[in-house]
Design a protein around this ligand. Structure first.
Ligand SMILES: CC(C)(COP(=O)(O)OP(=O)(O)OC[C@H]1O[C@@H](n2cnc3c(N)ncnc32)[C@H](O)[C@@H]1OP(=O)(O)O)[C@@H](O)C(=O)NCCC(=O)NCCS
Length: 424
């Protein structure tokens, strides 16, 4: 079998359409036949590296037997930002599975990320068993909440600002600004193509925004300043509402949008598709059981490819003067991209300096240093403050003396749960 890996030319529309067709087949969706929608779909690829693997001996040699897209982005981390490479549309045709094609594409992208200055690689995973072998781990979670509007009564007075209903397209300027102002750990950039489809400037539905007309709300505070917006649609079942995107720069804006969305006449159910792990809204209700959590899923998977840069860019928690602020980490990286023994020195304001001391000593080979040992997967998992270091230690995935593990646990803890608001 003669396989060729090709980075597609963005002007080769026929090849891009066949690439999309192969990717759709991999995810068990229908190939797109509408010419205009195909053009919109190509628009989603602007700024991405589009990689196809071709088998010249296959019955349809112009259709790739494997697909992968990647694009550079900025990842928000606790009080900082790092350069990241995002990976999407990883598929291998059923006729070519389990021969190492995905592995070779993934390893190629990890090296590409490193060579182009990204500190971390990001993706979302269709199955939890695929990407651990390349050093990835889940770092953020999202929750789906269903609200029964009949049971909604709020404990506090209505917000002092005003909610406007409007055409989603009229949010084109303000929504990206509000998104940027409200960025938190776990966020990646929202590109032009993302906004176009979210605000219904194109007909294509991608990025998990489902069928139905999109409606929009904007919340302006008492001074008339926009502080949040929501995009929602009527669900398939009459009377139900599905909220696809809710962005708020203040707790009051979030409350106002939730309050409005759960108070719309004739509705029988309001589904907030994506909420962070620390959603505060149920606490504002008289009857907290009006909100049912119907799904919990890992969302952003990370793989650090540059340990010193990524830890040096993050802010850490400084619990008190008696907790040590110097941590020795033995980071095991089976792909040998960024492993080693590192010392992480955190100053009194939580900023860190990271120095590589050398290779990871053999297990049990160095008993003098109170180091914490973990693989690149676990370091990637705890990077944003999602899972606790202590939980992974309890699971046997992070090892070290109880004192060293506890100090690291406190350092990595964050005030806010990390959250990926932008599916890709
Ligand atoms: C997942 C997928 C991309 C794997 O492609 P592939 O070329 O068969 O994978 P490889 O042959 O390179 O396998 C690499 C390793 O992953 C393992 N693996 C592959 N798919 C797996 C899966 N779904 N679950 C668990 N392990 C898997 C292989 O056993 C192999 O393990 P090893 O290296 O330890 O021996 C392919 O099955 C596919 O397209 N699935 C449907 C679309 C999809 O889910 N894509 C992932 C999007 S996030």
């Amino acid at each position: 079998m003669n396989l060729r890996t090709v980075e597609l030319d963005h002007t080769d529309h026929a090849a891009l359409d066949l690439w999309w067709g192969a990717a759709s087949r991999g995810f068990l969706s229908k190939p797109e036949t509408d010419v205009a929608v195909r053009a919109e779909r190509r628009g989603l690829l602007v700024g991405s590296s589009i990689i196809g693997v071709y088998d010249d001996t296959a019955a349809e040699p112009l259709v790739p037997v494997a697909t992968l897209g990647s694009f550079p982005t900025a990842l928000s981390i606790p009080d900082g930002t790092v350069r990241a490479l995002a990976i999407t549309e990883v598929t291998v045709s059923t006729s070519h599975e389990r021969r190492g094609i995905a592995r070779s594409l993934m390893e190629n992208r990890l090296h590409h990320a490193q060579a182009t200055g990204a500190a971390v690689v990001a993706l979302t995973a269709s199955e939890a068993t695929i990407y651990g072998r390349y050093g990835f781990a889940p770092a953020t979670w999202e929750f789906t909440h269903e609200v029964d509007p009949k049971r909604v009564a709020w404990r506090s007075a209505p917000p002092t600002g005003r909610v406007h209903t409007l055409d989603p397209r009229s949010l084109a300027i303000v929504a990206p600004e509000l998104f940027e102002r409200s960025r938190g750990a776990g966020d990646i950039d929202r590109g032009v193509a993302w906004w176009k489809q979210a605000l219904r400037e194109v007909t294509i539905r991608h990025f998990s925004h489902g069928e139905g007309d999109t409606l929009a709300l904007r919340y302006d505070d008492a001074d008339g300043e926009p502080q949040g917006y929501a995009l929602y649609r009527v669900g398939e079942e009459w009377g139900t509402i599905v909220v696809d995107d809710l962005v708020a720069t203040t707790p009051e804006a979030r409350y106002a949008l939730w309050r409005h969305l759960t108070g719309i006449s004739l509705t029988t159910k309001v589904t907030f598709q994506q909420s962070p792990a620390d959603e505060a809204m149920p606490w504002r209700l008289v009857d907290r059981r009006a909100v049912k959590t119907t799904a919990r899923a890992d969302s952003l998977w990370l793989r650090i490819v540059d340990v010193p840069t990524v830890l040096g860019a993050r802010r850490f928690t400084v619990p008190g003067p008696s907790t040590p602020r110097e941590h020795v980490l033995d980071v095991v990286d089976p792909l040998d991209l960024t492993g080693g023994r590192f010392v992480l020195r955190i100053d009194e304001r939580g900023a860190a300096v990271v120095e590589r001391l050398g290779d990871v000593p053999e297990s049990g080979g160095d008993t003098d240093t109170d180091s914490v040992r973990l693989t690149i997967n676990e370091l990637s998992a705890v990077l944003l403050g999602g899972p606790r270091v202590s939980a992974l230690a309890e699971a046997g995935l992070i090892t070290g003396s109880p004192e060293a593990v506890r100090a690291l646990d406190l350092a990595f803890a964050t005030e806010q749960a990390p959250f990926l608001r932008t599916h890709f």
